[in-house]
Design a protein around this ligand. Structure first.
Ligand code: FMN
Length: 211
């Protein structure tokens, strides 16, 4: 199989979030899809190891917001590469609460949906949730971020538990990976004053990739 064929699948980037009692969880996904219009239903596919998945399993509800092209890359670095088990990713951001009690942010987002879980399918590593949309709102007219734009223009990557993850091809050049957001720098030496162009972290947060 030529796995590059999978790169031709178009998708957007989204922030899915949920709350169980006082615990807030959220993560970046690219696996949102509208599947029916009457009633309006969407699916999301989330890794069983994600804290967000376990929170949705308990709360039976989730919020999805759609990322814009100008979203602060720190939002992706935090919601896409850290776990809600370790940090409250909503932290000091302005947080809103939807009709079903899910937390969401408006910053860098152009629309949102509130969903109640009506079905789940066990896919092995991931769970596919079918959500009935009970609320929707347009937040801005800014253009949506596509996965292709994130990869090509922002040089963004995805971590191992994203369903679309693929092992990077082996390279003859020395490469350094940002431990926070996955950005890859190519070069024999990593300059001491280097800062990650995605999440702004210093050279000390980079590790050499041993192929
Ligand atoms: C561009 C991108 C796309 C991603 N897509 C998915 C996805 O569709 N499903 C998924 O389970 N994780 C996906 N991830 C990974 C999760 O966002 C990541 O593992 C996150 O740290 C999980 O956080 P949590 O433990 O707080 O739930 C993606 C990450 C990035 C950066």
């Amino acid at each position: 199989m030529d796995k590059k064929a999978l790169y031709q699948i178009s998708s957007g980037l989204y922030l899915v979030s949920s709350k169980d009692n006082d615990h807030r969880a959220g993560c970046i996904i690219n696996t949102l899809m509208q599947v029916t219009s009457s009633p309006v239903q969407v699916t999301i596919t989330v890794n069983k190891e994600n804290d967000t998945t376990n929170t949705i399993l308990k709360s039976r509800a989730f919020s999805v917001t759609m990322l814009t092209k100008n979203v602060d890359m720190n939002i992706i670095a935090s919601f896409g590469f850290q776990s809600s088990k370790d940090v409250d990713k909503f932290g000091t951001r302005e947080v809103f609460t939807d009709e079903l009690g899910n937390p969401y942010i408006k910053e860098g987002m152009n629309a949102r949906l509130t969903c109640k879980v009506v079905k789940e399918v066990d896919l092995g590593s991931h769970i596919l949730f079918v959500g009935e949309v009970v609320e929707g709102e347009v937040l801005s007219n800014e253009e949506s971020m596509t996965y292709a734009y994130y990869q090509k223009e922002k040089k963004g990557t995805s971590p191992k538990n994203a369903p679309t993850y693929q092992e990077p091809e082996k390279s003859k050049k020395t490469r350094w990976r940002c431990k926070i957001c996955g950005y890859i720098y190519e070069g024999e030496e990593l300059p001491a004053d280097f800062r990650c162009p995605i999440c702004g972290r210093p050279a000390s947060d980079f590790e050499k990739i041993e192929d």
